[in-house]
Design a protein around this ligand. Structure first.
Ligand code: SF4
Length: 406
């Protein structure tokens, strides 16, 4: 399978629990719970679900004293479930109070997320920020300086707008907004360093919900610092919108080598799976050959040449078969995630596409001989026919995996 030849932007390495972010470390997938953190059972359950789905870091909101007091219990329950995923505390508005008062509980977190737009106003802003950074330094915790344009530092924005109004060639409001997001992140990172935090403890994010602006901001900030960058389109929305907008936002940046950790922020459907955002993150990285998580199934869309829905059923069935077996295969067949499978609907592109895969099948189209040639490592090895093509193909697939990855 083709590997990515993307040159990653140079950055420091930041250690978050047992996970490294930045430098030459693989791009890390992370997610966030949507439970009330003080509901310990529900929060632990969701953290485990996210970690099982492949989230390598999980963030929880720490919005009040009950939430922060729950953290040691959450960590303890995770420990007893053998879940070691690093836990990040998301602080807004009262983070300085919580980190000061519940210092011991905060020690159970692996990283703090600080939003510089929400730490306070006027003279309290730097004071509160200082309290949080000092707590992180004393506890030897890394921080993410996480700017979000929805909670942007309004004083900084006003001063930039003021300067812009006096300029002979004023910029647009969007440009000023982007400049302010970048300044807020970098100025606060520098402030953290001046307070004694080592640069290898700082990660930056600059989140916006407009795709073009997000790309622009990250391309600019990537040139201005060597802090690892956490990528994500904020408030991406739900369903297709969230998936498509996030993919379009992250794709160009990842291709530019920008981004050390990613989060896809999807609005979860009612009764929907929170883990969907982790699955999408994995697919985005896999689509560029940056990381591989499960065998790739290439299948054509089907068209008037496909004689029945058998082909769609086979493609769907193979997909489900892989997902179901992956937990076991991961243990028994190291490297199986690199496998490339092709399921095609007819002779037009079927044999060609199947030859590009490790193992591929081309089903008979309308009017074609009712047989399904199977290609292995680029060569036609056998032909399937009859009522059990799906079962036969799964058997061949498993044999191939067993031979190649055992
Ligand atoms: S491979 Fe055949 S069935 Fe699939 S889309 Fe192309 S022409 Fe249609």
């Amino acid at each position: 399978m083709s590997k990515s030849n993307i040159n990653r932007r140079k950055s420091h390495t930041v250690q978050v629990g047992k996970v490294s972010i930045g430098g030459s470390s693989p791009i890390v997938i992370q997610s966030m719970t949507d439970t009330n953190t003080s509901d310990i059972e529900k929060t632990v359950d969701q953290i485990i679900q996210l970690a099982d789905a492949g989230s390598e870091i999980v963030r929880v909101t720490v919005n009040d004293s009950e939430a922060i007091k729950s953290i040691p219990y959450i960590k303890d329950k995770l420990f007893h479930s053998n879940v070691t995923v690093p836990l990040v505390g998301d602080f807004h508005f009262n983070g300085h109070i919580l980190l000061d008062k519940y210092y011991k509980e905060a020690a159970y977190l692996d990283k703090f997320r600080i939003n510089p737009g929400n730490v306070g106003k006027k003279n309290k802003k730097d004071k509160n920020f200082t309290t949080m950074i000092e707590a992180a330094c004393k506890l030897d915790k890394p921080v993410r300086i996480g700017v979000n344009w929805g909670s942007l530092d309004q004083e900084l924005l006003a001063s930039k707008l003021d300067l812009n109004n006096k300029s002979k060639s004023p910029k647009s409001l969007d440009e000023i907004m982007c400049d302010t997001v970048i300044s807020s992140a970098l100025e606060n990172a520098k402030l953290a360093e001046s307070l004694g935090m080592h640069k290898s403890k700082i990660i930056i994010s600059c989140k916006l919900s407009k795709v073009n602006m997000l790309i622009d901001v990250y391309r600019k900030i990537a040139k201005l610092c060597e802090y690892p960058l956490h990528l994500g389109l904020t408030e991406a929305g739900s369903n297709e919108r969230g998936v498509v907008y996030s993919s379009c936002a992250l794709g160009p940046l990842l291709l530019d080598g920008i981004g050390d950790t990613i989060r896809v922020s999807l609005t979860t459907d009612i009764n929907g799976e929170r883990t969907k955002e982790v699955e999408i993150s994995k697919l985005i990285l896999q689509s560029f050959g940056i990381r591989y998580f499960l065998p790739d199934v290439t299948s054509c869309p089907g068209c008037g040449r496909t004689s029945s829905d058998y082909f769609q059923k086979l493609a769907f069935d193979i997909d489900q078969y892989i997902k179901k077996n992956m937990p076991l295969w991961k243990k028994n067949y190291p490297g199986v995630e690199n496998l490339k499978i092709s399921v095609m609907g007819c002779i037009v592109n079927g044999p060609g596409e199947s030859k590009h895969a490790d193992i591929g099948i081309s089903l008979p189209g309308r009017g074609e001989n009712p047989t399904a040639p199977v290609y292995i490592d680029g060569e036609k090895k056998l032909t399937l026919k009859g009522d059990n093509i799906t079962g036969d193909f799964k058997k061949i697939l498993l044999e191939y995996i067993d031979n190649k990855y055992k």
